[in-house]
Design a protein around this ligand. Sequence first.
Ligand code: S3P
Length: 432
Amino acid sequence: MTATEVTIAGPRPLRGTVRVPGDKGISHRALLSAALATGRSSIRGLADGDDVQRTRRALELLGVRIKSSDPTSVTVTGSGADGLREPAGVIDCANSGTTMRTLAGLLSGRPFLSVLSGDASLQARPMGRVVRPLRALGAHIDGRGDGELAPLAIRGGGLTGTRVELDVVSAQVKTAVILAGLQADGFTEVVERAPSRDHTERMLRALEAPVTVIDGRTIRVEPGTPKPFELEVPGDPSSAALFAVAACITPGSSIVIEDVSLNPRRLGYVEVLRRMGARVEAEPTGERLGEPVGRLVVAASSLVATTIEPDEGMIDEIPVLAVAAAFADGVTEVRGIAELRVKESDRINTIQQELAQMGVVVETKADALTIRGGRPRPAMFKSHGDHRIALAAAVAANAMPGESTVRGWQSVAVSYPRFADDLGALAGGSAS
Ligand code: S3P
């Protein structure tokens, strides 16, 4: 069980080496690809949070055999999409938007009934964005408000490939269409307004599934399956961003983050931190199933404000970058982030509320944040049930002189249950 609150007495300089949990997005995709393959795949270093466990349990309910020595190392015996069976009960995706949306795509190709449900936060998040393109391929999907909200009831099968232009920039939705396209007759094209993260395309291409990237925004899919594989999941860049910011803003810090995905579409935060004057270096070490991997080397430095533009491709890192901005000199603007309003919490509001606890002034617009950096002071934070808000608050707490508490800490269980321990280990290794 994850503690319901943590208290951190800062500042605690960070020193040494850390390995973050496997990337959450790559973990979901590895499980889905292994289920679609025919034969045995072995995946190590899976993200250990609840979200990825939800995808695993859903696949087990669909008849996929998954064995594990511990939750992060699994052997998956796939029998192709045809081997999936109608689930006996409702599939509970809990807090995981990636589970619900990617499964909606997978199940759109299957000629049986599946019902996808989730917790109160997920039931309030937009699902029309994934339902509409899947209906365009021929899937029968119903949900509250004509498919705008979960629970979703899917009766799939008999799909016909078509060209789908997505109205939101979302890797989850793109992945859903690709997974449906692999099971459709003819070819499917999915076109994005701007490029979202591309883990699905990289992995499926590496596994020889018929997925072609035509240009940065158009992906062509033909019927087919990936081959079985072995994978050690690279570390999650969004988790690495937590330590990178913590090291930047806590004087005396100097750390190495080992074995993390260096996918260019996930590294916008490194560029932003550099612009703010941070000392961050990315050192590539290799590639795994199409994903560049390497280490990040980060040392403390004083930060200055910047402007973050929408085309920098960051979503999940904004809460912790807002913390960096709170410790920077000057006024930071974050633009074009309307999507943050429909994440695990309305992050534009929750970032404003939690930075205000530290005495930092934040102005909000429908799709933007303005943060006046200064001298944040210790605070009593709330997670608002959102793991990324709780984690970002702990990063701030680590840097401030005095004691801060994060309430609702249990929300970190969905992505990084042992974050407080890993942060404490780097702090304990410090010379101070
Ligand atoms: C994810 C995509 C992003 C991200 C989420 C995980 C994925 O959401 O915020 O945490 O694994 O595909 P969008 O689909 O809204 O881009």
